[in-house]
Design a protein around this ligand. Sequence first.
Ligand code: 5GP
Length: 132
Amino acid sequence: MSIFSKIAAGEIPSYKCAENDEFYAFLDINPMVKGHTLCIPRREVDYIFDLEDDEIARFQVFAKKVAVALKKVCPCVKVGQAVLGLEVPHAHIHLIPMQSEKDMLFNKPKLQLEQEEFQRIADAVYAEFQKL
Ligand code: 5GP
């Protein structure tokens, strides 16, 4: 079981932002910016482009809704989307509230946030997601 499968199953704690039967969203533990969120399919697939056509379509719609909720909580110019998958072998979409292009540079130093800050952001995104 991948670390992200354990997170989606609740076996490893996470700051939950959104979920449905098929997908789960939570805050990245080493955020590039406040609100840096990861969306994953519950089904364990390493490479995002190995997802079935209809599955990746639903995954993208889920990520879109998370991005809409995220933008309400973390004001930004746009929410950027990226797929790397070089560290964790479980497909995931990064959603990053951007103020500028620099916010998408994955090699820049990561933010240190307090637990309370992570929780506040996740709870607020979760509440906004429920309204969609
Ligand atoms: P990638 O595989 O796309 O290169 O990066 C994986 C991302 O997952 C990184 O941004 C990293 O900070 C995040 N990550 C790795 N392990 C955990 C974890 O246990 N919990 C959370 N919330 N994020 C993680």
